[in-house]
Design a protein around this ligand. Structure first.
Ligand code: M6R
Length: 612
């Protein structure tokens, strides 16, 4: 995710664009930049800091330009440095481009432009290739050059460009990344999202996939992929600014839960080859020899990321056959863990800044053990200090309660397990192919799950839950870590004391706590222990517990007769945890709503825990 804003009109383009970028910082905030048409040139200002830092630099320049484009970045290809910040220019200072998305074939295009066309590149980004391609094809019409460039490009993009030779004009195009056009009085704008437009206008047009637009102060023209003009309906937006920043959702947490299909799709993108079923993680710095010699893996993380690690252990041991230990970072860092050179430490961290996880990383490196980081933030301290990084592409996560980042951490661990298993030739190719196909189906399954009318059932049970001060989550096998994550989410935002138990442990103590109406959420997605899980549910029900079951569609009538049941689309045992956690996230959300607690910023907690 990144945020784009373009403006052309009679106002001061720089200030208007910066104002718009501030409203898009939820889409990324590691670097920012601005390109303005100024006295026959395109002037580019950028910084490795936030939009506020960009504003300071802009105020120091006397630029009265009326047309420009801006960008706030969430780094994907290339670290969050000034040179990698957008806008990107070509070889001359004639043109600038801002881009949100991923250009999959940029390496090929870049080599062609350098070797055959003598272009000189400055940054490490995939996006810069767009500026050089447009420059290469420019022949007096920016839209025509953009069209030719886009013909060559594979991937996802929302893109806006300006040229010094066409004053007052912005051209843009989109595929799989959003763009909206705002219609003002003697001014028009383009942006990644509506909040960036609301200070100037409430009249918007949505650009559809594959469409191009040419925007001047007086005119907006939209064309389809074939170049035919398109009539687009004008929408009147009546959201207030706060609602608009959350994409119309009441809270960032709900928005981020709903973004999970896209986050999973992005994390899988370009890492799987079909029909071979091969996982390609050549982005990692481990050669075949190192992978084959691996004797043990230690996963270290905190909170939700630790729960991803608990599942990581099951996944890696199952698929790649390598023994795995999992530990919370605050404990690991003060022990003398038994580490050896043929071990690998995996640290998992959404923010890449968690102090305990970072300390664990440093301890491992001091002990000469290679560290692989699974993180969501390019350029974070953990990403920089690890020997190798497997990025999750969840986009910025704003709500303190982690949801989409957790799901992408799981996906990254499945990919890693498959990759290690395939390199070591320890995974049965048929099983690998099955899993790979299952992974690719997840985004569609998540979309279905999140649109399900059954969500009402979750809401109804959450209203019951909201009246209690204690709740229990139970599950066996791979359901147990999911139960732990469900309990953490509930306590974090609803302040209900929630505990998770391996269902088989109930009789060894916790069953004493079950009484009439006590809420118990049971995860039942593992075929191997289905009968056992059902018996544990009976034990709870006999004592009056109010059980809510999260299970799979294909577990049949056995469970379906129950009233409080949420069923998941058909999914195998190994992949079930990716789907089964979603109803627990929603349940925590609905319960917090019912109790009136602060969903996005729970008391006493912070998004990034950079102190011990
Ligand atoms: O940024 P990190 O993934 O390292 O953060 C780790 C935990 O602080 C984090 O997962 C925390 O438990 C979440 N707020 C839970 O929703």
């Amino acid at each position: 995710m990144c945020g784009i804003v373009g403006y052309t009109g009679t106002g001061k383009a720089g200030s208007i664009i910066i104002d718009g970028l501030k409203k898009l910082e939820y889409r990324g905030y590691d670097s920012a930049g601005l390109a303005l048409q100024n006295e026959g040139k395109v002037v580019i200002i950028k910084t490795a800091g936030t939009v506020a830092a960009l504003e300071k630099i802009y105020r120091g320049n006397c630029l009265t330009a009326k047309t420009g484009i801006g960008h706030t970045r969430w780094a994907t290809h290339g670290r969050p440095t000034e040179v990698n910040a957008h806008p990107h220019g070509g070889c001359s200072d004639d043109l600038a481009v801002v881009h949100n998305g991923i250009i999959e074939n940029y390496k090929l295009l870049r080599s062609w432009l350098i070797e055959e066309k003598d272009h000189q590149f400055r940054s490490e980004t995939d996006s810069e290739v767009l500026a050089h391609l447009i420059e290469e094809y420019y022949d007096g019409d920016l839209l025509a050059a953009l069209r030719r460039a886009i013909d060559e490009v594979k991937g996802s993009y929302a893109l806006a460009a300006i040229s010094a030779r066409e004053p007052g004009r912005i051209v843009c195009v989109r595929r799989d990344s959003p763009l909206v056009i705002g219609l003002g009085k003697s001014e028009n704008l383009v942006a990644s999202d509506i909040p960036a437009l609301l200070n100037r206008t409430r009249r918007v047009m949505v650009l559809e996939d594959g469409e191009f637009a040419s925007i001047t102060a007086e005119k907006v023209e939209i064309y389809d992929a074939g170049g035919k003009p398109v009539e687009r309906e004008i929408l009147e937006v009546n959201w207030d600014l706060e609602a608009a920043e959350k994409g119309g959702f009441a809270h960032f947490m709900l928005k981020e839960i709903m973004e999970q299909p896209v986050a999973v799709r992005e994390t899988l993108r370009q890492r799987i080859d079909l029909p071979s079923g091969k996982v390609d993680l050549s982005e990692l710095a481990m050669d075949t020899g190192e992978i084959s010699r691996l004797k043990k893996i230690h996963i270290v993380a905190c909170g939700t990321a630790y729960h991803a690690g608990l599942l990581g252990r099951e996944i890696i041991e199952n698929i790649a056959g390598i023994p795995v230990d999992v530990e919370v970072a605050s404990e690991f860092r003060y022990r003398r863990p038994l580490l050896a050179e043929d071990h690998l430490v995996i640290v998992i961290s959404q923010s890449g800044e968690t102090a305990d996880t970072l300390a664990a990383l440093r301890l491992a490196r001091l002990r000469k053990v290679k560290v692989l980081a699974v993180t969501n933030v390019v350029g974070s301290t953990i990403a920089r200090e690890a020997d190798q990084v497997l990025f999750t592409w969840a986009g910025p996560e704003i709500a303190v309660a982690s949801t989409k980042a957790y799901l992408t951490q799981l996906v990254a661990l499945y990919l890693l397990a498959l990759y290690l298993g395939q390199v070591r030739k320890d995974v049965d190719p048929a099983l690998a192919l099955d899993l790979v196909k299952g992974l690719l189906e997840l985004p569609a399954q998540l979309e279905k799950l999140l649109a399900d009318e059954k969500l009402e059932k979750l809401r109804a049970y959450s209203n019951h839950l909201a009246c209690w001060d204690n709740a229990f989550f139970i599950g066996r096998s791979l359901d147990y870590p999911v139960a732990r994550e469900g309990a953490l989410k509930l306590k974090e935002i609803s302040y209900i004391h929630a505990e998770a138990y391996a269902a088989g442990e109930l009789k060894h103590g916790p069953l004493a706590l079950i009484d009439e109406g006590v809420p118990v959420i049971a995860l039942v997605t593992q075929k191997v222990v289905l009968e056992k899980s059902l018996s544990n549910i009976q034990e709870v029900k006999t004592r009056g517990g109010a059980v809510f079951i999260i299970t799979r569609d294909d577990f049949g009538d056995l469970i379906r007769q129950e009233e409080a049941v949420f069923t998941l689309p058909p999914v195998g045992d190994l992949l079930a945890p990716i789907l089964s956690v979603v109803p627990t996230q929603l349940m925590a959300y609905y319960t917090a709503l019912a109790r009136g607690s602060s969903v996005d910023q729970p008391r006493n907690l912070a998004k990034s825990v950079t102190v011990e």
